[in-house]
Unconditional design. Structure first.
Length: 306
């Protein structure tokens, strides 16, 4: 006879493992306070919000601020810039950690391997305030990069104000900061590959490149797919911290993205309702993209997130 599992038995089981649940409590409180409670503030997007009247006292205006954003000249500009920078990040920043993980995995000299990993991981732990300061020092008119141009007899460009060079500078600096640390998850996936597969491939005459192509990459493909789906979902996250600390009025036309627009209009401009509406729009687009990407991957027969 199957035991009846009811409310009492569930509470008894929870009490039995109360110390484990107690360990979960800080994480639960963190997400409840800083993730779920702020959802109440999304009502601001549908109100003519006033700090003095608060959320409960502000007038409900429906989709007024969504329409205001869609009909403004800034909509096309910030959406275009966000998609351009995000797609370039996806094209150049997504495969780089994978390639680095494949290369570093083939290094057999332990000390050299650890030194390279330490050097490439270190920039990730620098806040963008610090790293952006380093980048600005390198690309300013009297910086090292311009000095190298002058030594080569070339005209030194002002990257900070050059609209054609600013976006490539963003992609390069982001890759330098993130590719090393981003390779960790792929190195972990590679470490779980059965060594007997490599031995069998070597017996069949497969060189290193063939082993990587036919053994390593297929083995870590589920990890690559999951990371790709997550990257698609965050495609509208073009990097607020980096752009905010590096851009200026001269490059607004190519560098002003949704996040910087929300900060400038919603926080600095005190248009909280408009800023919240734009943030909701961005979140919904990201949700739709991640659902579509996951569905497409499931159609191909590969392992998806859900």
């Amino acid at each position: 006879m199957r035991p009846v599992i009811g409310k009492k038995s569930t509470l008894s089981e929870m009490w039995k493992y109360k110390y484990i649940y107690f360990l979960i409590l800080p994480t639960f409180l963190f997400f409840f306070i800083f993730v779920y409670m702020p959802y109440y503030g999304l009502l601001i997007a549908f109100q003519d919000y006033s700090i003095l009247r608060g959320v409960t006292g502000s007038e409900f205006v429906g989709l007024k601020y969504f329409k205001m954003f869609f009909e403004s000249d800034n909509f096309v500009l910030v959406l275009r810039n966000t998609l351009t920078i995000s797609v370039l990040r996806l094209l150049f920043s997504f495969p780089l950690p994978i390639m680095f993980a494949l290369l570093i995995n083939e290094v057999r000299h332990y000390q050299y391997k650890r030194i390279v990993q330490t050097i490439t991981y270190f920039p990730h732990f620098l806040n963008w305030v610090i790293f952006a300061g380093i980048v600005i020092e390198l690309i300013r008119p009297t910086g090292i990069i311009n000095q190298l141009f002058e030594m080569a007899g070339l005209a030194a460009p002002n990257i900070q104000t050059n609209q054609k060079l600013f976006v490539p500078m963003l992609i390069i600096s982001d890759n330098i900061k993130s590719f090393g640390f981003g390779s960790i998850i792929y190195l972990a996936a590679i470490s779980s590959v059965d060594s007997q597969l490599y031995e069998a491939a070597a017996i069949d005459g497969a060189a290193k490149f063939r082993q990587i192509w036919h053994v390593t990459l297929p083995a870590i493909r589920p990890t690559i797919i999951v990371m790709f789906v997550l990257a698609i979902g965050g495609i509208l996250n073009a990097g607020f911290d980096q752009i905010f600390f590096l851009y200026n009025a001269a490059v607004y036309d190519v560098a002003d993205i949704i996040d910087t627009f929300v900060f400038r209009v919603g926080f600095l401009g005190n248009q909280f309702s408009l800023g919240t509406a734009v943030g909701i729009f961005k979140g919904l687009i990201g949700l739709v993209l991640i659902i579509c990407a996951n569905a497409i991957i499931r159609k191909t027969g590969e392992a998806s997130i859900w």
